[in-house]
Design a protein around this ligand. Sequence first.
Ligand code: SF4
Length: 240
Amino acid sequence: MYLFSTHTYTIAAITHNSMHQERSIPVSVLTKVLTCPLLYYYEKDTGMQQSGKYLICKQISLHAPDPGTCEEIWQEILFIDPGIDRSLLPYLKDCLAACQHTPFPSCTDHDLPVYSGHGFHGMVDKIHTGENRLAITRSSPAPSRGCYRQDRLRMAALVTATQETLHIRIRGGYIEYIPSGIIRWYEPGPRDRREVLKALHMARTILAGTIPKKPAHPPCQRCRYKNRCDKKPHKLSEFF
Ligand code: SF4
């Protein structure tokens, strides 16, 4: 029953928000800008692909409450993405072992596109419209406590967009850290929504052609653009 009502609301919201579509920014871009605006600047024209690890975690999450066997879930993943990297099978096994006793939140719908009139959009992994909560699935291990800054922004943006799309009140949601088998509840606050607006503004500035500056604490050690960023400008024009 919920599935029908959710989709009806979604279609209405898509029509309502169509005027925002042209300049709407994906939530995944906002989290990337928050991580490092330069990172987004380098990748803005390459297009974002769903990672194989995320696909695996998503399938584990959607399988609950029936845990399923490794073989069963792997076959489903191959069906969803026949081109997935086969070397990720051990990752699936490790995640399944970690999630053996994880109490996954139930849902009434999944993969729900949501839109905000503020000019961003995203996809909600799971939603329970009866209990006014959503869930997002992550393929990274859980932090020692709480949740990552990027996940707090992601939750704030998706809660806002879901409320606007479905016209229902959403309190917050669960963040499923699948490789750790840990689920954490988070209710976004004003600080998180300020981060959304800041990232939105920065993304628009970059798309308009501005080269962003290095942030205060960028994660350079594990970044593929380290050499590029470390390179000293050798022409006068590269200083500007
Ligand atoms: S190397 Fe550092 S500053 Fe450069 S894009 Fe990566 S994280 Fe950002």
